[in-house]
Design a protein around this ligand. Structure first.
Ligand code: NAD
Length: 268
């Protein structure tokens, strides 16, 4: 039987109808958790993923909510708590890009990115924390009263010209996560981030779709391959499990070495 460190736990993954969120939802399910597959617009994909997980014996359901909307986030949590009673694991994954040269960036582009990538994490973490604080530790499933995992980016550390809104949102996620970790530790709620490097998903299709683009991208990755959603899924399972019970307030970079200043390998 597969190792199932999350058996009996209830998880919610935002933006799980594609890419990294899908990979995380499937990995948490395989590790024994019941999983809400949240989606914003792609109902078909979310229901297909939940159905495939159910066919594999995982308790899964697809729930719609735009994570940047307070009313929709609250309604999604109400539905989850009504169905399953509680939440043990939140993975704040939903995110998007609206790229533009800075001088041409519109307020709309700025607000949409901050609204989903940062405010969305605030709204979901707040609902999750309220329930985790209310309920406290369930020793039969975990040593922690809850685990909140934010999917940040290497761009919480690496500045990114042409993507100022995105980098600002991920920089915000860094101190949102750390401050939350400081505040929620007394409740035994663990809060951490995963900072992916280049992971092959729809968000960055242009960066891997042609051989030329992929070759340029690989110059930024010392380990020499693009990442896959499973790479992040495995890290999320570990961070959600008691195997990482003493890890708190940390960003785990899963990036094939992208943050190692690869251009200095042959210069500087
Ligand atoms: P993706 O586009 O496949 O996934 C993003 C998901 O978020 C989509 O399913 C989308 O529908 C959902 N979403 C967007 N706005 C939403 C909203 N308002 N409410 C609910 N869901 C919403 O791309 P991905 O690469 O899987 O991105 C997932 C996360 O990983 C994002 O936070 C992204 O910033 C981060 N990330 C990705 C990479 C990468 O290389 N792919 C690198 C670093 C960080």
């Amino acid at each position: 039987m597969a190792y199932q460190p999350l058996r009996g736990q209830k998880a919610l993954v935002t933006g799980a109808s594609s890419g990294i969120g899908e990979g995380i939802a499937r990995a948490l399910g395989a590790a024994g958790a019941s999983v809400v597959v949240n989606y914003g617009t792609n109902a078909d994909a979310a229901h297909r993923i939940a159905d495939e997980m159910k066919a594999d014996g995982v308790d899964a359901m697809a729930l719609r909510a735009d994570v940047s909307r307070e009313d929709e986030v609250r309604e999604m949590f109400r539905e989850m708590l009504t169905a399953w009673g509680t939440i043990d694991i939140l993975v704040n994954n939903a995110g998007l890009q609206r790229d533009a040269p800075f001088a041409e960036m519109t307020l709309e582009q700025w607000n949409v990115v901050l609204g989903v990538n940062l405010t969305g994490m605030f709204l979901c973490a707040r609902e999750a924390a309220r329930e985790m604080i209310r309920r406290g530790v369930r020793p039969e499933v975990s040593r922690a009263a809850g685990k909140i995992i934010c999917i940040s980016s290497v761009h919480e550390q690496i500045p990114w010209a042409g993507h100022v809104n995105y980098a600002a949102s991920k920089g915000g996620v860094k101190l949102l996560m750390q401050s939350l970790a400081q505040e929620l530790a007394p409740y035994r709620i663990r809060v951490n981030s995963i900072a992916p490097g280049a992971i092959q998903t729809p968000i960055n299709r242009a960066a891997w779709e042609t051989p030329e683009a992929l070759a340029a991208l690989l110059k930024l990755i010392p380990y020499g391959r693009i990442g896959l959603p499973e790479d992040i899924g495995k890290a999320a399972v570990w961070l959600a499990s008691d195997d990482s019970d003493y890890v708190h307030g940390q960003t785990l970079f899963v990036d094939g070495g992208m943050t190692l200043y690869p251009e200095f390998a042959h210069g500087g």
